[in-house]
Design a protein around this ligand. Sequence first.
Ligand code: GP9
Ligand code: MN
Length: 695
Amino acid sequence: MKRIRFKLDKIKDKVRESIKKAKEEHIVRQYVKNNSLFLTYVLMCLINATLLRFFSIQTVSNFLSIKAIMGDLAVISIVGAFGYLCKPKNRFTYYLSFTIFFSAICMINSVYYTFYSSFASVSMLSLTQYVGAVGDAVVENVIQLKDLVYIIPPIILVIVNNKLKKKNYYKKVEVKSERKKKMIKTLCTGCGILALFLVTMTSLDVSRFISQWNKEYIVMRFGIYIYQSADLVSAIQPKINSMFGYDKAKKNFNDYFNEKKEIQTNEYTNIFKDKNVLVIHAESIQQNVIGLEFNGKPVSPNLNKLASEGMYFSNYFSQVSVGTSSDAELTFSTSLMPTKSGTAFVSYPNREYNSLQKLLNEKGYYTFSMHANNADFWNRRTMYKSLGYQKFFSKQDYEVTPENTIGLGLSDIEFFTQSIPKLQKINEENANWYGLMIMLSNHTPFSDIEKYGEFPVDIKETIIHEDGTTEEVVYPYMEGTKLGNYFKSVHYADGAIGNFITQLDEAGLLENTVLVIYGDHDARLPKNDYNRLYNYDKENDKVLDKDDPNYKEYGSYQYELGRKVPFIIWTKDMAGSKYNQEITETMGMYDAMPTLGNMLGVYNEYQLGHDIFNVLGQNIVCFPNGNWVTNKAYFNSQKIEYLSLNGEAISEEEIKYNTEYTNKLLEVSNEMIVYNLLAKDEENEKILKEVEKGI
Ligand code: GP9
Ligand code: MN
């Protein structure tokens, strides 16, 4: 014991001595003076990464996360260390290049986060063509002032460099061995920070880092630069993935479905047997428009009517990832989740899918999709074959002119109108058919307002004065806001649906048809606009104060839960029948195929969702980022906290169970697609060989 104490004292003395020596020799000051360029580079890149966390994740604990700062610092210093190998006069070019590179990473992620509430993935590079097509929408709706702050650090580095030049900073001669020594010292410091960072990692950090579902969590704990490096590796994975780990994935898959016991029938089985099905993919329609009114006029009178006459699933969540519309189509048709990296439509179109379309094909249905956009958008032309569509009516099958265009393409009214003769022909030629109709007009940025028609989103009031005279007062309310424009756009899209139903009826196409409508995903509108919608103070034309008794909380949870979409199943004769009901059970896009399939008399043994009528009171909806929601709670896996939905606390065990359920489901779903597990073995071999050849 004494010996240990003696040794400790000796170390303490040595440290004290070194500090004293350092003070006397001004070592720190000397270091700063001799390494100003490197230190500016480190500081600038670190500030950028911190700002990114601040503007995206937005809680103090996250943006000042020591772990993330350490992770970023380690990467920046390790990369920066090699700058010392350059001669002093070339060093600036090295550091400026990397400052620009790191700033670009932060800027891209900043823009991306606004749009997708997630961080960018290299695998999305293959999807840039689609971003191009909706590019205007992105620029108009998404690039904000906050995305431009990342330009400042490279500018500061240039300014510092100019100052250093004037002070003859680069005139010093450094021999090769001296440069090497500096590099090694800096590299060791960087590795030391990395080692310190690694020992502070928890098992949760490790598992989340490996699984990569939860991008926000990884950025929060590992920093943006480690996240982006790991993402680069996982982007190359689709090719590598399918070459390795097949056996493990296959075993996982077998175990999962062997354990899954599913009830296959209920009172809804076959209620729509041999009926035609017309599915409307309602672009960006959110559930919160249903029932909403301005000046006594409903935003969506037609959807309201369909919801009140049919089966209306009012607690229905979209489960899309970066593949937005295409992910919605995938999950709706196959009951699978979007893939971990890339998108199923673009990265894995050559896989085997068990889809509703294929199951209906087997029963003699003719299957088709109609969408007046470019057939290659989201790689639909190719993927549709794998989903089992027999025909795809795309832009080339419609007459698109500048006059009949709204937003991204052919207006919804025109799209539906031009589709009627096509539908009539299909109906004449086929005993049964299943069709998907993808709407387009209600797509972000909702700025074609003059084409949407009149729908004021202000507040109009008539004031009666004491002398009996009246005065019309108008409060701007949602006019001029993005959300306000969205409501105008929804009103237009809803009108197009109403028009279409009349046309279908006139053409006799509703007699034997089940109409299904789903909102594909939320409209990614600003949270502040919702705050204005729910907390408008008309007297002052601003949002109510937080401590006002009438103020309704609209935080991030309300926003996330507010992203629900409508799901309606309707037939002409359903109103007033026993099927005319509102189903409030929490439900996801992956429950659509099992629920609708059962009504049509088909069953997919590899579905991940459930027939909702078999799981009433106990359903769970998993999201691609690892979050989940039930009737009782919404769990945010980034914050590791939940919001109670029934006012009661939920147990630790329930959280653990649901989280494990979610992670397993996401893993199995991803592996089913990546490893093509639904394919027969010999087909799979063919695909894997193609992958090996780099196709
Ligand atoms: C494009 C349309 C919109 O054809 O479906 O796609 P989104 O941008 O919503 O994914
Ligand atoms: Mn969409």
